[in-house]
Write a protein that binds this ligand. Sequence first.
Ligand SMILES: NC(=O)c1ccc[n+]([C@@H]2O[C@H](COP(=O)([O-])OP(=O)(O)OC[C@H]3O[C@@H](n4cnc5c(N)ncnc54)[C@H](OP(=O)(O)O)[C@@H]3O)[C@@H](O)[C@H]2O)c1
Length: 270
Amino acid sequence: MNNKRIGLIGCGAMGSALGKGFVQKVGIDPSLIYLYDINKERMQALADELNAQTTENLSELVPHCQHIFLAVKPQDLESVLYSVKDMFNQQQIFTSIAAGITIDYIESCLSYESKVVRLMPNTPCLIGKGTIAISVGENVTSDEQEEVEALLKPLGLTIRLPEYLMDAATGLSGTGPAYVFLFIETMIDAGVSVGIRRDVASEMVIQNIIGSALMLRENDKHPAELRNIVTSPSGTTATALQVLEESGFRHCLLKSVIEATKRAKELRSV
Ligand SMILES: NC(=O)c1ccc[n+]([C@@H]2O[C@H](COP(=O)([O-])OP(=O)(O)OC[C@H]3O[C@@H](n4cnc5c(N)ncnc54)[C@H](OP(=O)(O)O)[C@@H]3O)[C@@H](O)[C@H]2O)c1
């Protein structure tokens, strides 16, 4: 990245995750990171934490940065794009993380010659364990795509996807940590219900998730295969799995991802 300056518009949950990742994981010099948010307190808090630059308005950020990350809510993106329309040049790369907003739409607001990248990250980027789906517009060269990926790789796993799958990536992985947190929360409550102290139950459940995920990664086996290994005839696991099936566990998860994907599409028209 040499000494390229990075602008971050929107310093909320995901903007902060990106900013912290750039400084703490990628090792970008914080003096090269320019922040802007209409919420000045939020921007200042992130600037203080990272030692990054704050800006008063977009004209203090956009003309000075080679990479500009757009981390505002989808419904706020249009006004940001129209505000920057007369401030940028065609060499700058705009990277949007807004759910549902297409590359074509962003180009239509900026210009059809502009360089646009679309990402779908998730919050584990904060600790370098995120999943980041990436699609690029046709004006982005492969070197530029690699440059953006190099910025993102320390934040987690980057996965190139054709743009038509970005809404699906939103439903599956952008939203994914929330499904896992709900699962963990419920498992901890279940541990308490059967008599285990909450702090102990919490340790057990988190380790269970980490251990199971690592087994999948390291063994290269299908999840059903690993599940079958621990399911003895008429045993406790078989009983628990029967309850999950009867309660529509799979159906609920499938429907959650499908509905979240539909919602990502709807955000285009909000
Ligand atoms: N949260 C996730 O897990 C997740 C995952 C993947 C992708 N995303 C995407 O990431 C984007 C940001 O989501 P988030 O959860 O980080 O939202 P957020 O926490 O609400 O942060 C957005 C920030 O942008 C500020 N803002 C609003 N309008 C602005 C403007 N015109 N100029 C500059 N700043 C402005 C907001 O201020 P106010 O609060 O005062 O409006 C807020 O501080 C969204 O597009 C979302 O689709 C989120």
